[in-house]
Ligand binder design. Sequence first.
Ligand code: DC
Length: 335
Amino acid sequence: MKAIRGATTVNVDCAEEIKESVKELLGEIKALNKLKNEEIICIMFSNTADIKSYYPAKAARECGFSFAPFYSSAEPEIDGSLKKCIRVMVLSDSDNPPKPVYLKGAAVLRRDLTELFNIALDGPAGSGKSTISKLIAEKLNILYLDTGAMYRACALKCLQNNISVNDEKAVNRIVSNLILTVKHENGVQKTCLDGKDVSEEIRKPEISMLASTVSALGCVRTKMVEIQRDIAKNTSCILDGRDIGTNVLPDAKYKFFLTASPEVRARRRAEENTQKGFNTPYEEVLADVIKRDRQDATRKIAPLRQAADAVLIDSSSMTVNEVVDFILNKIQEKI
Ligand code: DC
């Protein structure tokens, strides 16, 4: 069972406005959550004590939601609480993750949903950035941009053209004509090179080191950072990478630096590789992780580094859910 939350406000405590606002709120919840009537188990309302002229539940029945059981209650009068606010909780048995809806003045209750904001999540290889970012993006209903995938695509392009990732001149020629696009389908990033989806190909272990080397080149970084900033400018999103908090989005509202011991990261990466069908021995993965960290952290341009204002998370002995909850709590604290 899923609980979908929402709220709205009215300017004037009158039946007409309450009916309109309830209709709009439930309509938005249904549309955003792609809810079918038969998936709605029940709808519960509460309203601030300054709403006296009409029951939100009655309004819901009158605007076509009579198929569901309702419950409606008034909240106690609390100093400083929002004025003329109607809150709702829709219980459903839909499989989709619940997407809350906060309209009109009630939007201030959930600034995370209504304000444009960016989250920077940096860290070394295998620290779990992509797993965590995907979950955070899903919970907050925002976009996830995997910036490492872009450097990987660049490396793949060099490989396809038999160009050494150390040959800056040749790489520059490739980068100037690179057709690299990132699109999102059902929350999943598709990284496309010359119009072809290469999302799986770029995950091959041999691409990792090439991506690290090519990412040290100024011409590559300039192009990638431009695309990343362009995406982040218009969309609330979480970007994971090495230099997001320090260089790409130095003004990001929320910054985290996720790390774990090299051994833990190598073990996680090796397991991930096995799941994807690449059987790389643990020792080899560990050596690669250490070498890549050193290379990423010591390059001249935008090296892997924790931003001064980023929150450090060592996930060596934390579960995925613990890291996600920690980040969500930190975000809530700042809202
Ligand atoms: O996160 P990843 O393993 O997919 O990244 C591959 C390489 O890309 C990484 O070793 C360094 C580089 N990279 C970078 O320099 N800056 C970023 N923001 C993201 C990745």
